[in-house]
Design a protein around this ligand. Structure first.
Ligand code: FAD
Length: 383
């Protein structure tokens, strides 16, 4: 592989950025990976911020291509269906497949990010600059400005790729430059994480299922973690009588959960503390076009098309983006000015489709999973 290619800058050492660095380094590119945060392998995890995620075949396919699938799957917990928790009565299991053997995988977001970071930095030509927050970008000259603990620094690259997430600074710079248009559709819902610790060293709930507490206009889900805890995510309205802010005292929190999530209460001893101290995250859909400017600055992953999390496909889509961009580079003989528009052409309709499906799945998860249609399907699958 040639080592004479110009350096590519990837902004954001999250899931997409680290995977992208691996793919580009394998193509022979020197890669500079810029990340606003400190090295996550030496720091602490931010409290209450999406500790796990569901990895499906779409994402696994990308990991397989860089030989990381087995390492990541070693700690994965396969979830073969969803377990519905009604307010009263028995929980009901609904298989994801007729055969019952297909699964999505609960994995630690932090462990996945660290594994990708290790894989990227092990490759020749990849260097990572932590504590570098992009605050300026000249898309024509490829000059970037970063805020660092030592003050502002600049760097230049022939190609700059924004993998810096839903609130992408690269996208913001392209917007300010007049190179793209964007729309941000925020939901009137937020999310907050709670924890169900292990009981006597064992899982408190079935670890082979994604647990759902559908409650009509709101819901809670829980995914298992390798340490035998579960991370619950409440998806509640941000305003009104059923919003997070409506429960302001420990007594009100305890009473509400006892009334609406009664089977959770004995399993979540830190419920009140988690509820009062974990942050409320925002949820929304990001659309923008074009995904590249001047044939040398591109966007991918959440930076180009963030979606709401109800299909569990945002990271999986970001991984698919990387595979597709790699394919476009193949087909365009590494001519970035041709590969970047081709990448957008191939991915934008798919990104829009999953954005709509993710919104529709919120209604299904919080409401329709309790309908007789699903209960009948469950009986057929288990016949
Ligand atoms: P990110 O993971 O957001 O990474 C962006 C990186 O860029 C970060 O490291 C950030 O620090 C860095 N950065 C940001 N700004 C700058 C800057 N100015 N300069 C330098 N660096 C910067 N997806 C799934 O596939 N399955 C799931 O089950 C799932 N569950 C989810 C649950 C919740 C509650 C949420 C909110 C999301 C969920 N997602 C899930 C979506 C998934 O988290 C995202 O789609 C995925 O993280 C996108 O990866 P990314 O690399 O594009 O962006």
């Amino acid at each position: 592989m040639s080592t004479e290619r110009d350096e590519v800058a990837v902004v954001g050492a999250g899931l997409a950025g680290c995977l992208l660095a691996c793919f580009l380094a394998r193509r022979g590119y020197p890669v500079a990976l810029y990340e606003r945060r400190p090295d996550p392998r030496t720091g602490t995890v931010e409290r209450g911020r999406s500790i796990n995620l569901a990895l499906s075949e779409r994402g696994l396919d990308a990991l397989r291509r860089i030989g990381l699938d087995e390492q990541v799957m070693a700690d994965a917990l396969p979830m073969r269906g969803r377990m519905i928790h009604p307010v009263e009565g028995e929980s009901q299991f609904q298989s994801y497949s007729v055969s019952g053997d297909r699964a999505i995988n609960s994995i630690s977001r932090g462990a996945l990010n660290n594994a990708l970071l290790d894989a990227a930095t092990a490759l020749p030509g990849v260097r990572v600059a932590f504590d570098h927050r992009l605050v300026g970008l000249d898309p024509v000259g490829g000059e970037m400005t970063f805020e660092t603990p030592q003050g502002k620094v600049t760097a230049t690259a022939s190609v700059v790729l924004g993998a810096d997430g839903a609130g992408s600074a690269v996208r913001g710079q392209l917007l300010a430059y007049g190179g793209l248009t964007e729309s941000l559709d925020f939901l009137d819902y937020g999310y907050k994480e709670l924890t169900i610790p292990p009981i006597g060293g064992e899982f408190a709930l079935d670890p082979g299922a994604l647990h759902i507490w559908p409650r009509g206009t709101s819901m809670m889900i829980a995914l298992p973690n390798p340490d035998r805890s579960f991370t619950c995510t409440l998806f509640w309205p941000t305003h009104g009588t059923r919003s997070f802010a409506s429960l302001s005292s420990p007594a009100a929190i305890e009473r509400f959960f006892a009334d609406h999530y009664p089977d959770l209460v004995p399993l979540a001893p830190n419920l009140v503390d988690d509820y009062q101290h974990n942050p409320v995250g925002v949820l929304g859909t990001v659309r923008c076009t074009p995904w590249q400017v001047a044939g040398r600055v591109g966007l991918l992953g959440d930076a180009a098309h963030a979606i709401v999390p109800f299909y569990g496909q945002g990271a999986n889509c970001a991984f698919e983006d990387v595979v597709e961009l790699d394919r476009c580079l193949d087909e365009c003989d590494d001519e970035w000015a041709a590969a970047l528009p081709l990448f957008q052409h191939r991915r934008q309709d798919d990104a829009e489709a999953i954005a709509r499906m993710a919104l529709a799945n919120f209604v299904e998860m919080r409401d329709k999973v309790t309908s007789p249609v699903f209960r009948t399907r469950k009986k057929v699958e288990h016949a």
